[in-house]
Design a protein around this ligand. Structure first.
Ligand SMILES: Nc1nc2c(ncn2[C@@H]2O[C@H](COP(=O)(O)OP(=O)(O)OP(=O)(O)O)[C@@H](O)[C@H]2O)c(=O)[nH]1
Ligand SMILES: [Mg+2]
Length: 259
């Protein structure tokens, strides 16, 4: 992806009222009975779309996972939700090729949505496909009405790249209007403690005051913290009443990661 992300008005995705997370106060997604990790484990596949106008209009808070190809977006979603194959993860870059939505909420009542986006920067993708995808992603990020937060996945061994900077520019106006933003430094298991600390402070400077967290799917590092943050983003009305993390028994064996 050599050119800048081009932003233009979307071709006409369906619109819905702004996300209203107050519904989250209603049972059964009541914070008194739901922990952020338990809530994450309710994730189920919702829909997939190659084009923006194929996405359903929704009024539930949505959190998008973005970042370079192979950064670990799909693996992060699978780790948070403790479902090995919810999102397609692969050693081969370019595995995710659609916007995939996953619903969260107890007893089938959706109170938030996670969106797994295809990665950018994968050299082996044809130029036209890259440009088409840049357009879809930029339009999604600037126009998706119920978008509540963006999680940018970044492999700290490579740092924030030019493409990440371009994406930051695209979303800056919405972040300034209150869109939540988190940088996750992935594959932290590849770094020593000293390298992790250094990567964290560099990314914090680049994030301009935004949140940055270390994460490892392999070591389950940062999982509780990220789940708590995503809960807080999507349940602001609960405020300080958000429950503290309690350890939940794992439902699945730890994932075998290829990288
Ligand atoms: N060691 C280690 N490997 C990881 C971690 N997270 C992801 N990986 C590996 O990184 C590779 C890419 O992971 P994906 O989750 O498919 O990456 P992605 O960002 O979704 O990639 P695209 O769909 O191509 O954009 C896979 O081989 C994963 O096993 C991690 O925390 N530690
Ligand atoms: Mg993926």
């Amino acid at each position: 992806m050599s050119s800048r992300l081009q932003v233009r008005a979307p071709a006409g995705p369906a619109t819905a009222p702004k996300a209203t997370p107050t519904a989250a106060l209603a049972a059964p997604n009541n914070p008194a009975t739901v922990t952020p990790m338990g809530w994450m484990h309710t994730a189920r596949f919702l829909t997939t779309a190659a084009q923006l106008h194929h996405l359903p209009a929704m009024n539930t808070p949505e959190i998008a996972f973005v970042g370079r190809s192979n950064a670990g977006k799909s693996t992060c979603i699978n780790t948070l939700t403790q479902k090995k194959q919810l999102a397609f993860a692969s050693k081969k870059p370019g595995r995710t090729q659609h916007i995939n939505l996953f619903a969260l909420g107890k007893q089938g009542i959706t109170d938030a949505v996670l969106a797994d986006l295809p990665g950018y920067g994968y050299a082996a993708v044809a130029k036209m496909d890259k440009l088409r995808w840049q357009q879809v992603m930029a339009n999604y990020l600037v126009s998706r009405d119920n978008l509540t937060g963006i999680v940018m996945m970044c492999d700290p061994r490579h740092g924030l790249t030019e493409l990440d900077d371009i994406l930051l520019e695209v979303i800056r106006p919405r972040v300034e209007e209150g869109l939540k933003f988190l940088i996750i430094l992935t594959k932290a298991d590849k770094l020593t403690r000293a390298e992790q600390a250094k990567a964290l402070s560099i990314a914090r400077l680049q994030a301009g005051g935004g949140e940055v967290k270390l994460f490892s799917a392999l070591k389950k590092q940062g999982v509780d913290e990220v789940a708590q943050l995503l809960w807080d983003w999507t349940h602001p009305a609960c405020g300080a009443a958000a429950p503290a993390q309690t350890a939940e028994p794992p439902e699945e064996e730890p994932e075998a990661l290829d990288e």
